[in-house]
Structures are given as structure tokens and as C-alpha cells.
Ligand binder design. Structure first.
Ligand code: AMP
Ligand code: ZN
Length: 505
């Protein structure tokens, strides 16, 4: 069985819903649905936001690599939701920003959506399959609010509509994801509004004043939909009533995701929990505190990356972020960034050596290495590939994968004799898979053979090996020798007795 086929059967994901690592079983055999909460576009992305998007890009890439057809939906929150600012005042970040910059709210949305896309592009993140906006789904959100009122799961109060949590809690148990229970929440300082039946009830439609340009007419008057409503509507619209993975930063687990689940269950009158697996990335911190725009504790990626427009530097940033497991807190440090640069360069250098290999005769010659002639154990490439997949399959243990890439890098640079020539082709293929296809590092011109080229190259080589096999069977030694010689010239060495087809799978 091919490595990928084995890997496909053994992926384990930590499910925030159950608090356990679980084998991943997709709803549909070959199709995967993923929904990830996207940014509120009122400012440039900070490095913390990027940690979340970089991680889910790897999830997206890995499923694609395993051969699944993936529908990855990541929304854009372009409606300025009224949020509690901690002093019982509610503020709209997009509206506030428009006042600061002297722009229309929609100009703010446009400006920072473009900035978001540019930044993710520089980081080499794949665009999602669908990127729905809240403003593009107002009708559906109004319909959901109407239906929740009809079902008596929500109530109108002075032009705003609130979700009735006490009612919900009677039929379903509140806190299925966060394990918060309504009584325990009572003393916490959440949105307080006297017009609500219960202080924890959340708005699914919010009345706004006439000065609010970004607002819509509704049966309850002019207003804006609630933030949680947006994600429930858009995830189900594009992925159905039950999909595979719902993701976002851990800060969204409660109340955002808990509220999404509550609305969803009431709206569809179901016990289902929207997604089968809930994945949450932990926070990137700066000086030990959550990186966040609103507190001013953030690293402005815009200045660092957009001015440089430098793919090399974006690789370093990504490398730094990926050295910590996504469920651990990661604190930003300059030293960490410098170490990442060294590590990244080392891996790229070894891939360069590998990728150039086909033009030269031997890996040993390229590394100018004087390894001693004492006996040594050969490096088992096949075991190494399995270990790499095992690392990813263990709830996306990317730091472990990177340490395995370092293991090979050290051998290529310091001890190339340990790698049998006949394994090089396979090693090259999987180094490229792991580093570029799955981790999404940018294959700058520095790396000579692009992944696409190497794939075509592989097909070609397989074809030639097949031709040669047929020639040998027919005892056509002339053709067989020509093919053998040509393959040898490009660094592919065939050992007739030892030939092992799995090495080329
Ligand atoms: P926001 O625009 O604040 O809604 O954030 C967009 C995404 O970034 C959400 O999934 C957040 O959970 C995530 N996020 C925000 N701050 C951080 C941080 N400091 N570290 C990691 N992820 C974050
Ligand atoms: Zn969301």
C-alpha cells in the first residue's frame, strides 16, 4: 500500500468537543468540509491571526495531499458587530475605524480585505474554496432570525432580537463545547443589557442608530445581524447541516462557537453539533500576553512583510510559528525568529542538494564531505517517511515533523554515505512533499526543480523503467542498456537484482 493510503487511515485529531484525540472519520468517503472563522476586516492582520490561518492552511493542504476533495470555507466578517468593550458600552470596530481614518465603513472593509489577501498570499496560504462575506448573506441571516422567533427560541426587544438561552437550556444542554454551564456564568462580567430576559442571551439582530451606514432593513427595523449568526448561516449554507471540521482560534471557542451551536440546534431542531470535529489553535503571545489589536499588544506583519514583499522572510515567520504545536501557547521572540532562520536555511540547503542530485553522479560528491569509511547503519528512507506521516497524523504534530526533516538534513549535509543512492529519488520526493506541498513553504527560485516539474519527472522516469523492464523481458539488451545509461546520467541508478518497486511508489 502506498504511504499516503496508510496515512489516510491513521489520522488522529484532537477534538475540542470531546477533549480527546480521535481517529478522523470523514462524513463522506472522499470529500471533506472545513469551516474556519475568518477575520473581522477593520485593520491589518497581526501575527497572532496568521498563526491560526497558517495552521488551517496546513490542515487544508494535508487533506488535499491525502487525496480528498476538500471544500474549505473561511468567512470574512465585514459587518461591524456591536461588541462589548468591557465597560458595558458596545462598539462597532469597523465604524470606529472609519471615523479614525476618515473613510466610509465599506472603504475600511475593502482596504483591509485586500490587505488580508495580500498578506496571506505572501505567506503562501492557499485561497479557501469559498470565502463568503457576512454582507453577502444578510437575507439568509434575517431568515434564520425570523425562524428562531417563530420557534420561540428568540425574542424581539426594542428592535433587537436576542437568543433565549434559558429556553434553549431546557431542551438542549448549553455548554456542550466549552463545558460552561449557565449557572456558573452568572457572576462573570458578560454583555449586560437590561432589555434582555437573561444577561447571557446574545443578540442575533441588533438595532443600530440612523447614523450607521452599514445597516439593513428587517421586520424589526434597521439593524445588523449578530456575529454568531453569520457563521451558523454561512457554514451550513456551503457545507450542509453536518460537516467534518469547524476551526478557529481558542478565543472563539466560547462564546462564539458555543453560540453558533446553540442557534444551529434550535434552528434545525437537532441534537447534532454542526461539525464532527472542532479544532482550536492556541494563542500567539507577545510579552506573555495574547497578541491582539484591541489591546495594542501585537506585531504588525503589514510593516514587516508588505514593505519587504519578501517570500524568504515570510518563510522564516512561518517556520517560527510551526515550531510549536498548534495547541500550545507560543510566545514571540526575536531569538526564536533568528533560530528559525538558521533552521529554515539548513533545510532548504539540504533540499537543494537533493534536488540537484539528478544532475550529478552522487550525493556524496555534492556535499564535499569526508565521511570516514568506518561501518555505519544505512538511513532507512521508508521508515523515515512513515515516521513523518505518523507525526502529522498525531494531531498535526508539525514540530515533530520538522525535527524529522532536520534529521534528514543533518544526514544529507554531514553524513550522506548513510543514504543509499537508490533511495535518493524517494527521499527527494517526500522532502518536497512535506516541506512545500504540506507545510506550504515557498519554493523560491533557490530550489531548482519545482514540485510540478518533479512530479512530471517522476511519471517520465516510471514510464522509462517500465519500458526497460519490458525490453529486458524480451531480452532486448541494447534498448535496456540505453535506458539504464540515460537514467544513470540523470542520477537514477537501477540495481537489477535489488530493484524494489516500492521505492518508486
Ligand atoms: P479576529 O479578526 O480577531 O476575529 O481573528 C481572526 C482569527 O484569528 C480567529 O480565528 C482568532 O481566534 C484568531 N486569533 C486572534 N488573535 C490570535 C492570537 N493572538 N493567536 C492566535 N490566533 C489568534
Ligand atoms: Zn465564526
Amino acid at each position: 500500500m502506498e504511504y499516503k493510503e496508510i496515512a489516510k487511515k491513521n489520522l488522529k485529531i484532537y477534538n475540542s468537543l470531546t477533549g480527546k484525540k480521535e481517529f478522523f472519520n470523514p462524513i463522506h468517503k472522499n470529500n471533506i468540509g472545513i469551516y474556519v472563522c475568518g477575520p473581522t476586516v477593520y485593520n491589518h492582520l497581526h501575527l497572532g491571526n496568521c498563526r491560526t490561518f497558517i495552521f488551517f492552511d496546513i490542515v487544508f493542504r494535508y487533506f488535499k495531499h491525502l487525496g480528498y476533495k476538500v471544500r474549505y470555507v473561511r468567512n470574512i466578517t465585514d459587518v461591524g458587530h456591536l461588541e462589548n468593550n468591557g465597560q458595558h458600552n458596545e462598539e462597532d470596530k469597523i465604524y470606529n475605524r472609519s471615523k479614525i481614518e476618515g473613510l466610509e465603513p465599506m472603504e475600511i472593509v475593502q482596504k483591509y480585505t485586500i490587505s488580508f489577501h495580500n498578506l496571506l498570499n505572501i505567506l503562501n496560504l492557499l485561497p479557501p474554496s469559498i470565502e463568503p462575506t457576512a454582507t453577502g448573506h444578510i437575507v439568509e441571516q434575517v431568515d434564520m432570525v425570523k425562524s428562531l422567533i417563530q420557534k420561540k427560541s428568540a425574542y424581539e426587544m426594542n428592535g433587537s432580537v436576542y437568543f433565549d438561552l434559558k429556553k434553549y437550556n431546557k431542551n438542549y444542554s448549553y455548554g456542550v463545547l466549552s463545558h460552561n454551564n449557565l449557572n456558573q456564568l452568572i457572576n462573570k462580567n458578560f454583555n449586560f443589557s437590561s432589555e434582555k430576559h437573561y444577561f447571557q442571551d446574545f443578540s442575533i439582530w441588533k438595532k443600530v442608530g440612523s447614523n450607521h451606514i452599514m445597516s439593513w432593513n428587517s421586520p424589526w427595523g434597521k439593524g445588523v445581524p449578530g456575529w454568531h449568526t453569520e457563521c451558523t448561516v454561512m457554514s451550513t449554507k456551503y457545507l450542509g447541516k453536518n460537516f467534518d471540521i469547524h476551526g478557529g482560534g481558542i478565543d472563539l471557542k466560547f462564546p462564539h462557537h458555543e453560540c453558533e451551536i446553540a442557534q444551529f440546534r434550535s434552528f434545525y431542531e437537532t441534537d447534532s453539533i454542526l461539525a464532527n470535529y472542532w479544532m482550536h489553535t492556541n494563542m500567539l503571545t507577545l510579552n506573555g500576553k495574547k497578541m491582539s489589536k484591541s489591546t495594542g499588544n501585537f506585531l504588525d506583519l503589514q510593516n514587516i512583510l508588505m514593505i519587504k514583499k519578501d517570500n524568504y522572510f515570510s518563510n522564516i515567520i512561518k517556520f517560527f510559528i510551526l515550531q510549536s504545536h498548534y495547541r500550545n501557547i507560543l510566545n514571540f521572540s526575536e531569538k526564536g525568529l533568528l533560530d528559525s532562520e538558521k533552521g529554515f536555511k539548513k533545510i532548504i540547503c539540504s533540499i537543494k542538494i537533493l534536488n540537484n542530485f539528478c544532475e550529478k553522479e552522487s550525493l556524496k560528491k555534492q556535499t564535499n564531505n569526508n565521511t570516514n569509511t568506518k561501518s555505519f547503519t544505512l538511513f532507512n528512507v521508508s521508515d523515515w517517511i512513515n515516521s513523518c506521516y505518523k507525526a502529522i497524523n498525531d494531531d498535526f504534530n508539525i514540530p515533530l515533523l520538522i525535527s524529522l526533516l532536520f534529521e534528514v538534513t543533518n544526514i544529507i549535509i554531514n553524513d550522506p554515505k548513510k543514504i543509499e543512492d537508490s533511495w535518493i529519488f524517494l527521499l527527494k520526493k517526500y522532502m518536497n512533499y512535506f516541506f512545500f506541498d504540506i507545510l506550504g513553504f515557498i519554493n523560491n527560485n533557490e530550489v531548482n526543480i519545482s514540485i510540478e516539474k518533479s512530479k512530471k519527472f517522476e511519471i517520465l522516469v516510471k514510464g522509462l523503467i517500465k519500458l526497460r523492464k519490458e525490453a529486458r523481458e524480451k531480452k532486448n539488451w541494447i534498448i535496456s542498456d540505453i535506458i539504464r545509461k540515460e537514467l544513470h546520467n540523470i542520477g537514477i541508478f537501477l540495481h537489477d537484482k535489488k530493484i524494489n518497486k516500492s521505492k518508486l511508489d
